[in-house]
Design a protein around this ligand. Structure first.
Ligand code: CA
Length: 223
């Protein structure tokens, strides 16, 4: 999953950037409001973590423009402890959630998962697909009740395919959710991860659609 982090505080920004990267998220980090708007226009993000006190353009301005343009991407705002009014203005401007600095990375992670769950219309914390049970909180997967070891990127890739079951995902779309702007991506990186997923979960789960991408079929009883 690809996240845009907008934070001008080096220490905090670096902590969030590194922490979320280790959890398998693809994170792009920008440090002012103008860069945020540029990146939001050009990149395909699934979530924005937005500091409110930013150089060039404030987080609230960025947020208002985003919503005015009809962009409904989940936005989690970051505010300082002494500026509670900012939080209210941010929520009124279309933020989905907020965190007060300093905060715990695990809590940030839990809120990200909750936002994505809400976005996908799922009430449950785990995702079921056929004989798979995927738990985004613990990054664990079980197949017919047995745990399967996946790397963070394999996990992210599997989750992306399950979230989009029934839809063909192009290699580019999958790369976008796995790698940030700065990562150097081998041209066959996705193929390699798919190969590993097939070895671990069975060869029939993910189908190749030649020349287009990959698809994980919808369950027949699923709408
Ligand atoms: Ca700031």
């Amino acid at each position: 999953m690809r996240i845009l982090l907008v934070e001008d505080d080096e220490l905090l920004g670096n902590g969030v950037y590194t922490g979320l990267g280790q959890d398998g998220y693809a994170v792009d980090w920008v440090k002012d409001g103008e860069a945020a708007e540029l990146f939001l226009r050009s990149g395909e993000y699934e979530l924005v973590i937005l500091d409110l006190g930013l150089p060039k353009r404030s987080g609230v301005e960025v947020l208002r423009d985003l919503r005015a343009a009809g962009n409904e991407i989940p936005v989690l705002i970051l505010t300082a402890r002494d500026s509670i009014e900012d939080k209210v203005v941010g929520l009124d401007s279309g933020a989905d959630d907020y965190m007060i600095k300093p905060f715990d990375l695990e809590e940030l992670n839990a809120r990200i998962r909750a936002l994505m769950r809400r976005r996908s219309g799922r009430a449950e914390a785990t995702i079921r697909h056929g004989d798979l049970v995927i738990d985004p909180a613990s990054h664990t997967v079980e197949q017919t009740g047995k745990p399967v070891e996946l790397s963070p990127r394999e996990f992210t890739l599997l989750q992306k395919l399950v979230d989009n079951a029934g839809r063909v995902m192009s290699r580019g779309q999958l790369e976008q959710s796995l790698y940030s702007w700065k990562d150097e991506v081998d041209s066959n990186a996705i193929e390699v991860h798919i190969h590993h997923l097939r070895k671990k979960l069975g060869s029939k789960l993910i189908r190749t659609v030649r020349g287009v991408g990959y698809i994980l079929d919808k369950e027949s009883d699923e709408e």
